[in-house]
Write a protein that binds this ligand. Structure first.
Ligand SMILES: [Zn+2]
Length: 241
């Protein structure tokens, strides 16, 4: 049996609906993939910021230790210079004064040594944190490079599928009468589905029974019928007739 004009229109609407639901599915999946990609990048950036912070801390601590090292050299020289003067001293008073000088310089030396020990401990702690962060960064880089390629490949496939659907949709729309196109779009926006099957007299869009007169008109197939309960465009499967 040859397809009537109404059957053709219904079939085009069904095809259109199929395209639209595929498009929707692909857009949703694409968004999820995009979200995952952004999350990976955000994790990487977050670790990078912490690693940079630790690098700056290390630089500061090392500069402080260099200053302490210089101060230590200076103070040791002061001890030596003072001690060198001792043999040539003539008076008891001067001798006591230089001894005191030596003593003070030795105390300062000890203080600086203690501060260097403490600074080294700080440097070691930050160094440990930094190594941990660098390892995290390397792991994240590896995770990203694996996943990123797959995600980007999938997204470009989605994009080309979406372009194909868009073209196919346009071709279909050109063949569907304008009034039907508008009804379809309105129903799709409001109800999510626009074209539904009627099976055993029941609209599968709203699961309500069609009134007999509508059901009879649907069988005659003179025009595209509408479910009086949900307003969706309805059809009978061709094999059922
Ligand atoms: Zn209905």
């Amino acid at each position: 049996m040859e397809e009537t004009e109404i059957q053709k229109q219904i079939n085009m609407l069904r095809e259109l609906q199929q395209l639209d639901s595929e498009t929707q599915r692909i857009r949703t999946e694409r968004r999820q993939f995009e979200g995952e990609l952004n999350e990976l990048q955000a994790d990487f950036d977050r670790i990078q910021v912490m690693a940079d912070q630790l690098t700056r801390e290390m630089e500061t601590l090392e500069a402080e230790r260099r200053e302490l090292d210089q101060a230590l050299v200076q103070e040791r020289e002061n001890v030596e210079k003072a001690e060198d003067r001792l043999p040539s001293i003539k008076t008891q008073k001067e001798y006591v004064a230089v001894l005191k000088e030596v003593d003070t310089a030795k105390k300062l030396t000890k203080e600086i040594e203690d501060r260097i020990t403490q600074k080294n401990a700080e440097i070691n702690a930050v160094e440990g944190d930094k190594q941990e962060k660098d390892a995290e960064l390397a792991a994240q880089t590896e995770r990203m490079s694996e996943r990123k390629n797959a995600l980007e490949k999938a997204m470009s496939e989605y994009d080309s599928a979406l372009t194909d659907y868009k073209d196919a949709r346009k071709k279909l729309l050109d063949k569907i009468p304008a009034s039907l196109r508008r009804r379809y779009q309105m129903l799709l926006d409001r109800r999510g589905t626009a074209v539904v099957e009627v099976r055993q007299g029941t609209c599968l869009g709203c699961n309500m029974q069609l009134p007999p007169q509508v059901f009879n008109k649907l069988h005659r197939g003179d025009e595209v019928e509408t479910c009086p309960h949900c307003n969706r465009l309805v059809y009978l499967e061709q094999t059922a007739t």
